[in-house]
Unconditional design. Structure first.
Length: 125
């Protein structure tokens, strides 16, 4: 999967018919990950077990409740909300509302796009 230089990319993962991902989209993804809090949020969502979030009463799927994410950081709820918004806008995560809570998960196509971007920089042997 190649990266293609193309203007007007959105936060949603897009590929052209050749499987190429717009360069601007990849740059947007990497910019969103360039902040330590957002990077840690992604790590938490990728492997919640490492963060001790295996409570079946809250987060029994691949997703994690925003309340549990908030407990893992020493930041205010509005600050966390801002970081989650930037990750959503970059197309990295998605949220599912259940009552008053929102459950977040990494979008599957995000992993494909990140792999493609990193393979362009560091080709696989």
């Amino acid at each position: 999967m190649a990266i293609k230089d193309q203007r007007g990319a959105t936060g949603l993962m897009t590929q052209d018919p050749n499987g190429e991902i717009p360069l601007e989209q990849v740059v947007g993804i990497l910019k969103a990950l360039a902040h330590p809090i957002r990077f840690r949020i992604m790590l938490l969502l990728a492997d919640k077990q490492d963060f001790g979030l295996e409570d079946p009463g809250c987060c029994d799927r691949q997703e994690v409740c925003v309340c549990r994410i908030n407990e893992s950081f020493d930041i205010t709820a509005p600050t966390l909300s801002h970081h989650l918004k930037l990750l959503r806008e970059a197309g990295l995560i998605e949220g599912r509302r259940d009552g008053v809570w929102i459950y977040y998960t990494i979008r599957p196509e995000t992993q494909v796009a990140l792999r493609a971007a990193l393979t362009q920089i560091v080709p696989q042997d």
